[in-house]
Design a binder for this molecule. Structure first.
Ligand SMILES: Cc1cc2nc3c(=O)[nH]c(=O)nc-3n(C[C@H](O)[C@H](O)[C@H](O)COP(=O)(O)O)c2cc1C
Length: 222
């Protein structure tokens, strides 16, 4: 697939046909994704392919309350779990989530972990939430989605399991000093996949020299 087209059309897919995805396809996807960059080329990723239905159900049960709280915050006009002013909501009502409801039927469920000992977290001592460490694992996750697209599959990266990492860790045999970075689901999209994604245009978020500088406009002289 043409790279620019892949970048523009790899949207989130959460509904899948019954078509199974062979382990060999999962392997081929990971074999491409492993070329993702990571700080110091430490390649700190581990992947568990979650096949057991009981494990999937257990994990979905851990993700559901996180989803409930996220939705409840959104309904109050707030961005749930943002590191600036998130306020926990203890009594969030059940919010349906098709992906979690049908987790046993999803063709591929991948848990992606990162070895924290391999990260150089340059912003780890600042008085704000650290962001840099994720840059050594999320390009890999995105490459999984791009590679899956190239194999005719769709999927989505989710992070709600990370909130329940302490409970999920023993279920998954998460090694010591590892963090759960993402749960990625993959499969053959049900129906046509969306190819026109809703994204802001580059000029709305790009400025010259400073973040309060003049906007970048296309064309050198303008
Ligand atoms: C870091 C990250 C975390 C995400 N977490 C979740 C999640 O927990 N659950 C979920 O359903 N989707 C999750 N998504 C998918 C986003 O909702 C999706 O990429 C975004 O809404 C754009 O959707 P679109 O490609 O269909 O336009 C996540 C995506 C990223 C990049």
């Amino acid at each position: 697939m043409d790279l620019d087209r892949a970048l523009r059309t790899t949207g989130a897919v959460r509904r899948f046909s019954d078509t199974p995805v062979e382990r060999s396809t999962v392997h081929a996807i990971l074999d491409s994704a492993r070329f993702a960059p990571s700080g110091g080329n430490r390649q700190p990723w581990r992947v568990a392919v979650i096949e057991r239905p009981a494990t999937r159900r257990h994990l979905a049960g851990l993700m559901q309350p996180v989803w409930d709280e996220y939705v409840a915050a959104a309904q109050q006009g707030r961005r749930g779990f943002n590191p600036v002013d998130h306020e926990p909501i203890d009594d969030a009502p059940h919010a349906p989530n098709e992906l979690l409801d049908h987790i046993e039927q999803v063709p591929v469920v991948l848990a992606v972990a990162v070895d924290l000992r391999e990260l150089a977290v340059m912003d780890g001592e600042l008085e704000r939430v650290s962001i840099v460490g994720g840059a050594s694992i999320y390009p890999f996750c995105w490459s999984i989605l791009l590679a899956a697209h190239d194999h005719g599959l769709g999927g989505v990266m989710t992070t709600f399991l990370s909130r329940a990492e302490p409970e999920a860790a023993p279920l998954l045999g998460l090694p010591e000093h590892h963090a759960l970075a993402a749960t990625i689901v993959l499969g053959v999209p049900e129906g046509d996949r969306v190819t026109k994604l809703s994204r802001r245009t580059a000029d709305t978020f790009t400025t010259i020299d400073r973040f309060d500088g003049p906007p970048l406009v296309s064309g050198r002289d303008s």
